[in-house]
Design a protein around this ligand. Structure first.
Ligand code: ZN
Length: 87
């Protein structure tokens, strides 16, 4: 868990204690939680694609939305997930 998610979790605990309400069920909490999760770099998914009878290539995919990545960008152009391109 990154610092931002830990901070959100701390706030959630305080508010849930004060209001006796499960904050993580609200759309606002889910929206912020998903945004912070997308900002934590994730390693790419790779898939082997057969290109001929004895050859294949490795294609890169977003670990969150599973869309194929054609350029080495720090963020997925489809869903905004931060990407870790290190092997
Ligand atoms: Zn994505």
């Amino acid at each position: 868990m990154n610092k931002e998610l830990e901070a959100l979790n701390d706030i959630r605990k305080v508010l849930e204690e004060a209001y006796k309400f499960p904050l993580n069920l609200t759309p606002q909490y889910k929206f912020i939680y998903e945004a912070l999760k997308r900002n934590k770099p994730l390693k790419l998914k790779t898939k082997r694609v057969k290109v001929s009878i004895d050859d294949y290539r490795i294609d890169d995919y977003c670990p969150t939305c599973d869309e194929e990545l054609y350029t080495m960008s720090n963020y997925c152009p489809h869903c905004g997930q931060k990407l870790d391109w290190e092997e």
